[in-house]
Design a protein. Structure first.
Length: 196
């Protein structure tokens, strides 16, 4: 990022975002000291986010209705993440949104066979609709996270107002970044000092 971009774009990546694009999608809306930041605030910003994560080819347009689907998927994932963390069954709505995104651009299975590697199963993504393919890839990524062993590590940051999700490296971790942990500890110290 260049030095003139807003400082919240330099927000540290939380544990797990490097492995799961769906976690990064959920974390595109977060809170900083001056209020809520939405990295998908319009179609242009959403297009840039998808292109930077190699989910959408740069020339592919992103219309307003596509942005609506992306934001709907983000909110559905937020609900599914909360259900996973609470070990409860999710509401039907978020599950339907996720499954619709998965079905929008189904991959076609195929057999790939090289002399060096031998036969292996592979899939060709449906590229007829690049935006649907991007949403489907994000949905599939979230299924891998929610249904895989990493799902047990999924947690929402415990810092007031943060609302970002991360993968815990150990059970005692409560904050997505050290910045959030330091902010909570500083607030506690200030409250204790003021109380004296």
């Amino acid at each position: 990022m260049d030095e003139e971009s807003p400082y919240y774009l330099h927000h540290p990546v939380v544990p797990g975002e490097d492995r799961f694009a769906s976690l990064g999608l959920v974390n595109t809306r977060f809170t900083v000291s001056h209020g809520t930041v939405d990295l998908l605030e319009d179609a242009e910003a959403a297009h840039l986010w998808l292109v930077r994560r190699a989910l959408l080819p740069d020339p592919a347009p992103l219309a307003g209705r596509h942005l609506g689907r992306l934001l709907t998927l983000r909110e559905a994932l937020r609900g599914l993440f909360a259900s996973r963390e609470a070990h409860t069954a999710p509401a039907a709505g978020p599950l339907e949104v996720l499954n619709s995104a998965l079905a929008a651009a189904p991959a076609t299975p195929r057999l790939v066979w090289t002399a060096a590697d031998g036969p292996r199963r592979d899939t060709d993504p449906d590229t007829g609709n690049p935006v649907a393919a991007a949403l489907s890839a994000l949905a599939e990524d979230s299924v891998e996270l929610l249904a895989g062993p990493e799902g047990d590590q999924l947690a929402e940051c415990g810092a007031p107002g943060c609302a970002r999700w991360f993968l815990r490296s150990h059970g005692a971790r409560r904050w997505c970044t050290t910045r959030c942990g330091n902010r909570v500890r500083a607030a506690r110290a200030y409250a204790a000092k003021k109380g004296q």
